[in-house]
Design a protein around this ligand. Structure first.
Ligand SMILES: Cc1cc2nc3c(=O)[nH]c(=O)nc-3n(C[C@H](O)[C@H](O)[C@H](O)COP(=O)(O)OP(=O)(O)OC[C@H]3O[C@@H](n4cnc5c(N)ncnc54)[C@H](O)[C@@H]3O)c2cc1C
Length: 562
């Protein structure tokens, strides 16, 4: 019998709520579910909310009775906020979080690099926002609760799976005993240790790096701005790295690398933690500051992914699909992109709007994204924790040269998580005018936000289905194009048409005024007409300087393979 912890996790700033378990004895007959999601971390809940947005119900199984322990992911990128806006929790995140855009790297006490993340007046969200993961999860839980298509089951632990040609049978353990549940599809969002991955005997591919880091969250009053602080080779931790981040509620994260040979158990001893936290505070000019520990944990860097994110009826997302180093804030930020993508791909297959080739596309796109991230993250990981003597020499050379030479300083700048461009997606329109554009988001890329008013942005108006952005100075979307849109809609596919550049246009679902031509410029349109077709995850699947019905019909056919 499954016995999840019923005592709330301890925290000095976050009040954990212990939810009631869902008990099978209290509920009646169980028809086959369309989708069961295993795990209610960020990946599982975003997948459930996205599926619901496309009209697909899901059952979410969560083995625990409360949100996750410790701050875990604390830095959320702009693209993550844009995805969270789609599932309805961006406002609460913005309210709770600390926005920032500068990072400082120090070598032996001297600042050698200052990073500035670009921030454009066209962006609704800051490049980076710090909020502790339990808050994010709480907001997602509330959004799931408010969504009638989501059947959320706390305290339900998946213990076995049997796969069949068109469904899977799941055995679920609860505080009232086991029950079985049939589902057409299963989403594995069960985290880094993914029991589903083990049950299906699937192996992650890639590398694990030696060297441990400790994360210690402390409450301390430090009058410092919200900026990332990275210290290389500081006096108190020679040859190693220390990172510091401000979190909401007066909490600071101190993240330090352990000397070679020290075990995680030794590092988490109270006296060892105290000495290093005191040394870190002294390093930022606050020796003797009073502090209180909230949570401490140890991690090491891994760059691992499954080679495919589909196994029979099971689709993988988030940490269950890949394990990425946290340098560059890649864990949860990548999970959002996976689950936003999985949501529409799976929904369209469940609803019969596309064939299962769409799921092969999800896997190819997201495995491609993970491999690109692994490649980039590998570079930062080798800089942060050099795996061989050769890498150590190289890093030490960069560090010492940086004291006197400006040109090496940008090498300190590890790239943060960014959205993948699906340049080679099989859903991209063939024969569009992408190659003729000199600006604007390319075919396969995520969209670019545009400010439309004081508190009004393009992305507030997009998503949930396909979006056709039609740039015009005329007073109508041409009837032959509308006829294609109507044909596609008649097949059950949601399409919204937006006329850009005019206050009223016949046949448009909405008009987005562009008085000064700024929108056109940002989308590479000049003064000409033209169009963009965006997929339900807002990525561009085709763009045209001249769009006719044949080209539009062909683009939809490619984007929704049978
Ligand atoms: C100690 C630690 C520190 C981290 N720090 C950072 C950081 O600083 N920055 C960053 O970007 N990322 C960080 N991460 C990673 C980040 O937390 C994850 O990338 C993110 O949570 C991934 O979300 P997920 O939904 O895929 O997995 P998880 O959040 O792990 O969610 C998986 C869920 O599945 C549930 N589950 C597991 N097995 C079963 C089962 N059999 N049946 C039902 N439910 C099950 C679990 O209870 C859990 O709720 C950290 C992770 C850890 C562990």
């Amino acid at each position: 019998m499954h016995r999840p912890a019923t005592e709330p996790h301890r925290s000095i700033y976050y009040r954990y709520e212990v939810h009631e378990p869902w008990l099978s004895t209290r509920h009646g007959a169980r028809p086959r579910a369309k989708v069961v999601i295993v795990g209610s971390g960020p990946a599982g809940m975003v997948a459930a909310l996205e599926l619901a947005r496309h009209g697909v119900p899901s059952v979410v199984l969560e083995s625990e009775l409360q949100v996750s322990l410790g701050s875990r992911a604390i830095v959320f990128t702009r693209r993550s906020m844009e995805i969270l806006q789609q599932v309805g929790v961006a406002d609460r995140m913005t309210e709770a979080g600390l926005p920032w855009r500068h990072g400082n790297s120090f070598y032996r006490g001297q600042r050698v690099f200052r990073m500035e993340a670009p921030h454009d007046p066209d962006d609704r969200f800051f490049p980076l926002l710090n909020v502790q993961q339990p808050y994010l999860e709480e907001y997602l839980v509330d959004a799931c609760k408010a969504q009638p298509l989501i059947d959320f089951r706390w305290g339900n632990k998946l213990v076995a799976i049997a796969q069949h040609a068109d469904h899977a049978v799941l055995t679920v353990d609860t505080p009232a005993g086991e029950y079985t549940l049939e589902s057409s599809w299963v989403v594995a969002a069960d985290g880094g240790r993914s029991p589903l991955r083990t049950m299906l005997d699937l192996k992650l591919e890639g590398a694990s790096y030696e060297g441990f880091f400790v994360i210690a969250d402390i409450r301390v009053d430090l009058p410092l701005p919200t900026e990332r602080l990275a210290f290389f080779d500081p006096d108190w931790n020679p040859g190693n790295t220390v990172l510091m981040h401000r979190e909401p509620h007066g909490i600071w994260r101190v993240d330090f690398q352990l000397p070679a040979g020290e075990t995680p158990e030794q590092a988490l001893q109270p006296e060892s933690l105290k000495a290093r936290i005191d040394a870190s505070l002294a390093m930022v000019g606050h020796a003797g500051a009073r502090w209180e520990l909230d949570w401490a944990s140890v991690y090491s860097a891994r760059t691992l992914t499954l080679p495919h994110y589909r196994s029979g009826r099971v689709m993988f997302t988030g940490d269950a699909a890949h394990l990425l180093p946290i340098f560059g804030v890649r864990g949860a930020n990548t999970a959002f992109q996976d689950s936003q993508s999985l949501g529409w791909h799976l929904a369209y297959v469940v609803k019969g709007l596309a064939g299962e080739r769409l799921l092969a596309n999800f896997s190819a796109e997201r495995v491609g994204a993970a491999r690109e991230i692994i490649d980039e993250a590998g570079k930062s990981t080798r800089f942060m924790t050099p795996p061989t003597r050769g890498f150590q020499l190289l890093r030490d050379a960069v560090l010492s040269l940086s004291l006197a030479h400006e040109f090496v300083r940008p090498l300190y700048h590890w790239r943060t998580s960014r959205p993948h461009e699906y340049t080679h997606s099989m859903l991209n329109a063939t024969g569009d005018d992408d190659a003729l554009f000199t600006a604007g988001p390319a075919r396969g890329a995520p969209p670019r936000n545009v400010r439309l008013g004081a508190d009004d942005f393009l992305l507030d108006h997009l998503g949930g289905g396909f979006d056709l952005l039609y740039f015009t100075t005329g007073d109508a979307i041409p009837a032959p194009l509308r006829a294609v849109v109507d044909e596609v809609r008649a097949g059950g596919v949601a399409v919204r048409t937006s006329a850009v550049g005019t206050a009223s246009a016949e046949g448009a679902d909405q008009c987005l005024v562009d008085a000064d031509g700024h929108f056109r410029g940002r989308y590479g349109m000049g003064s000409r007409g033209g169009a963009y077709l965006l997929r339900p995850d807002q990525h561009v699947c085709g763009r045209w300087l001249t769009l006719d019905p044949t080209r539009l019909r062909a683009a939809f056919a490619v984007a929704l393979p049978r």
